[in-house]
Write a protein that binds this ligand. Structure first.
Ligand code: SAM
Ligand code: SF4
Length: 332
């Protein structure tokens, strides 16, 4: 079956799947405290998610990332991971990975490794227990630290994701770099993206990574690397720790020209761009036919509509978010 090539000649080889939009945390930049979640009645079953993922694998997708919401709080999630892991073992899937808040890793780290997961991204914005609790609203730092230890013991490679937030963790940057160095974790800083209504004003949180990077350079030696994960991060190596540091800059740098990904929600909507509203429904094709013909033609139509890029803007104070859905719907 033919690979997925969009109108701009980009091959789509990477699928991100938000397996649930729900979460046990309420990070302030991600969700409001009283979130309205997608109705459970529209939720794809794990078997349906597996069927859609397998169709993408047949069309040349060789990397799948499970995300959310918090992927590890979806009931019975390991059955999906086990099933996708078979494609890793038979060589069709080069990488199966996930982005998690780390709170469930003591329970799941070893099982993830058994399914063929080798690397994971864990989100952690502060190493201070009070600050961690305040940014996540409901989180306990020790759960994540214990989870990271379990993941290390199980042999998972770990990258920490930290959202750079003005007046929150900008003074913790050196601590994060040296702690990650000591733990042998890579680290990526992310700019806040204007997705979904939250309780705060995003312009108060926004910290351009150009400023952060210049500050980091005062205390650390950043060596340029050609490393790329095919994602939007640009990487350097911190000479003093030997670990990589990445910067995801959707607002100060446009990374769309090399975009190789699409995103599936837990209700079967395929988003061709994180920063645009266009979506293609894949739930109807799978529920109206047992064969995959309708699904495959829906996927083809979607890829044919993949836009050239996003246009996030954050500088209009009080303006509505660039896209109305939260990051937890399409996954980070
Ligand atoms: N719950 C998991 C976690 O926190 O890693 C996976 C889902 S979360 C939506 C994925 C990533 O998106 C996290 O690293 C989170 O910090 C980031 N994120 C959430 N909302 C964001 C926003 N508005 N701007 C930038 N990053 C955001
Ligand atoms: Fe949950 Fe992740 Fe969003 Fe935090 S960033 S509320 S952990 S989905």
């Amino acid at each position: 079956m033919s690979n997925l090539i969009d109108p701009f000649g980009r091959t789509v080889s990477y699928l991100r799947v938000s397996v649930t939009d729900r979460c046990n945390y309420r990070c302030q930049y991600c969700m409001s405290e009283n979130m309205t979640f997608l109705p459970k009645s529209n939720l794809l079953s794990l078997e349906e998610l597996d069927r859609i993922c397998s169709a993408f694998i047949k069309r040349g997708v060789d990397k799948i990332r499970l995300t959310g919401g918090e992927p590890l709080v979806r009931r019975n999630i390991m059955s999906l991971i086990e099933s996708l892991g078979k494609h890793v073992k038979d060589g069709k899937l080069r990488e199966l990975t996930l982005t998690t808040n780390g709170s469930q890793l003591t329970k799941y780290a070893q099982r993830l490794v058994d399914c063929g997961v080798k690397r994971i991204n864990v989100s952690l914005d502060s190493l201070n227990p009070e600050k961690f609790q305040s940014i996540t609203r409901w989180g306990k730092l020790s759960d994540v630290i214990d989870g990271l230890e379990a993941a290390k013991q199980a042999g998972l490679e770990i990258k920490i994701n930290a959202v750079a937030l003005k007046n929150f963790n900008e003074n913790e940057v050196d601590d994060l770099i040296s702690w990650c160095g000591g733990q042998k974790f890579d680290l990526t800083f992310i700019e806040t993206m204007p997705m979904g209504e939250i309780d705060e004003d995003r312009t108060d949180q926004y910290l351009p990574l150009t400023i952060l990077k210049n500050r980091i350079k005062k205390n650390w030696t950043l060596e340029e690397t050609s490393h790329t994960t095919g994602g939007p991060a640009t990487y350097s190596r911190v000479k003093e720790t030997g670990k990589r540091i990445g910067f995801i800059t959707p607002l100060t740098h446009n990374f769309c020209e090399s975009c190789n990904r699409v995103r599936l929600t837990c209700t079967g909507k395929l988003f061709m761009c994180l920063g645009q509203d266009d979506e293609k429904d894949l739930l109807t094709p799978i529920r109206t036919s047992e064969g995959d013909e309708l699904l495959m033609s829906a996927i083809d139509e979607a890829i044919g509509r993949k836009p050239k890029g996003h246009d996030f803007i954050i500088d209009r104070v009080g303006a509505a978010p660039a896209v109305s859905r939260h990051m937890s719907v399409t996954g980070g």
